[in-house]
Design a protein around this ligand. Structure first.
Ligand SMILES: [Fe+2]
Ligand SMILES: [Fe+2]
Length: 481
């Protein structure tokens, strides 16, 4: 079988020659009905029978890997796809640097690898659960389809991690695969593993911010794991990154279209002051200060996913050759970092200061810095839309110490510039930084479904181009079929 093309004949599409691997095939086939039950229970509510114009991966060739067609979501072909093997690949970093990449799990790293795969795997179904009610308030069929595309691909990412667990981790791998279907986002007894994946995604602004920020965390984690010396993990993550790009596109273009619509209406009706939220809201669009608060919320929740400032786990995963840095293979140093330092923002005597710490223990922060730079570029593109309308206003990323629940800054209250506030000041000013109840009520009041082909809700502009080059009035979701 050609690794570029996918075998679609069996129950589980794959390019890993599952037919020749009866033990793993049987394990996956056993897991499959539970997955479908989970999807029907926790996947997009109210649209399981709708025909959705979705892309499905039919190849791992970067030049043409997807095919588009109408499909009912529970019948989506979730498959197992790994990027092609690179012959002669070696471990790119850490103490085993230069040795052949592992094709099997090294015994000494089994527990660490399993933990990383389970944590990554847990985020995938979690986001589907978080987004399950959004279909009811989609601003257009185009957006509805994008939501579902993201959802089915997060489902596929779960399959990707479950394959690794079942193929390489025996009985405990099968147990972890089961447990991935049991935890529930936001459940008080059996929550998902990471905080941001237990938060609500109550409206479409949150959805776009989530796909912009939190899926971008996904990208950074996948980038770091795609460098792994454990080759099957690297190959799995490399293909997942191809899909992830669309998720971030949905977020960036979604927020961009909200900004465009707001600025357009402000211009048309002569509202010059972006801070005049009452005047802007009267136009049926979302004022830029409220958008900024949503940004502050989702950025800060996502930063928590990078973990503690100083991390021995991150150091040992790097040293072991399991989890690398962002674009490790493009970096020009010794890839071992033994004597190096890295500057990290820390809390010292109640203030936030930069400190040089051993580079190995600062790897979480290094990845987070790369993430922040990636986010800042996207925010810059949003600001260019505002500029184009001649409106004097900029969106910006808050300080990394703002509104944190993990790490050193969880002990303090900081404002958007990283100035430490007393508890009383924080309480008083909280509504300046984060969405208030009335902001949430206003956004909720706009969340009315728009299901007519080619039509868009008042608060969002039409996209520049259709999906798969479809025309503006294309019926991306046939809701009643
Ligand atoms: Fe994902
Ligand atoms: Fe994603």
């Amino acid at each position: 079988m050609d690794a570029m093309n996918v075998d679609y004949d069996g129950l589980i599409p794959n390019n890993v020659d599952l037919n020749a691997d009866r033990r793993v095939k049987a394990a996956l086939e056993k897991w499959h009905p539970g997955y479908i039950d989970w999807w029907k229970d926790m996947g997009p509510e109210g649209f399981q029978e709708s025909l959705v114009y979705l892309r499905t991966a039919v190849s791992v060739d970067p030049k043409g890997w997807a095919k588009f067609d109408y499909v009912k979501m529970p019948e989506y072909r979730w498959g197992i796809l790994l990027a092609p093997k690179v012959e002669g690949r070696t471990i790119p970093f850490g103490q085993h640097r230069g040795q052949p990449a592992w094709q099997e799990v090294p015994g000494e790293y089994r527990a660490t690898l399993r933990r990383l795969i389970v944590i990554q795997g847990d985020t995938e179904p979690a986001s589907v659960e978080q987004q399950r009610y959004l279909g009811k308030t989609a601003p257009s069929l185009y957006d509805l389809r994008n939501l579902f595309q993201v959802n089915v691909e997060e489902g596929r990412h779960l399959w990707a991690m479950v394959y690794l667990l079942q193929k390489y981790f025996g009985q405990d791998g099968r147990e972890e695969a089961e447990a991935l279907l049991q935890r529930r986002s936001g459940d008080k007894d059996t929550p998902r593993m990471l905080g941001a994946f237990n938060e609500k995604t109550p409206d479409w602004i949150s959805f776009f911010m989530f796909t912009f920020f939190t899926d971008r965390d996904g990208k950074m984690q996948l980038e770091a794991l795609s460098q792994s010396g454990f080759d099957p993990l690297s190959r799995t993550c490399r293909f997942m990154l191809t899909e992830e790009a669309h998720h971030m596109f949905v977020g960036e273009s979604g927020v961009g279209r909200v900004i465009e619509r707001t600025c357009d209406e402000m211009k048309k009706h002569g509202v010059a002051d972006p801070a005049d939220t009452a005047a802007v809201r009267k136009l049926g669009v979302i004022d830029l200060p409220t958008l900024q608060k949503k940004l502050n919320l989702h950025f800060s929740l996502t930063l928590d996913l990078f973990g503690n400032e100083i991390s021995t786990n991150a150091a040992s995963a790097f040293h072991a050759g399991i989890k690398g840095r962002y674009r490790e293979d493009k970096l020009d140093d010794d890839h071992q970092l033994e004597g190096n330092t890295y500057p990290v923002q820390r809390l010292k005597d109640g203030a936030i200061v930069k400190e040089d710490v051993p580079a190995l223990s600062a790897l979480n922060m290094r990845l987070r810095d790369d993430f922040v730079a990636d986010c800042a570029a996207g925010v810059g593109r949003w600001n260019r839309i505002i500029e184009k309308y001649g409106i004097a206003h900029q969106l910006k990323l808050p300080h990394v110490g703002f509104h944190r629940h993990i790490g050193e800054f969880s002990k303090i209250n900081a404002d958007l510039d990283g100035q430490v506030l007393s508890d009383a000041e924080w309480e008083k000013r909280r509504g300046e930084f984060l969405p208030s109840d009335s902001d949430r009520d206003f956004i909720e009041s706009l969340m009315k479904p728009e299901n007519r082909p080619g039509q868009f809700a008042s608060w969002i502009a039409a996209p520049k181009a259709g999906i798969d080059n479809k025309p503006g009035d294309f019926e991306y979701v046939k809701i009643h079929e």
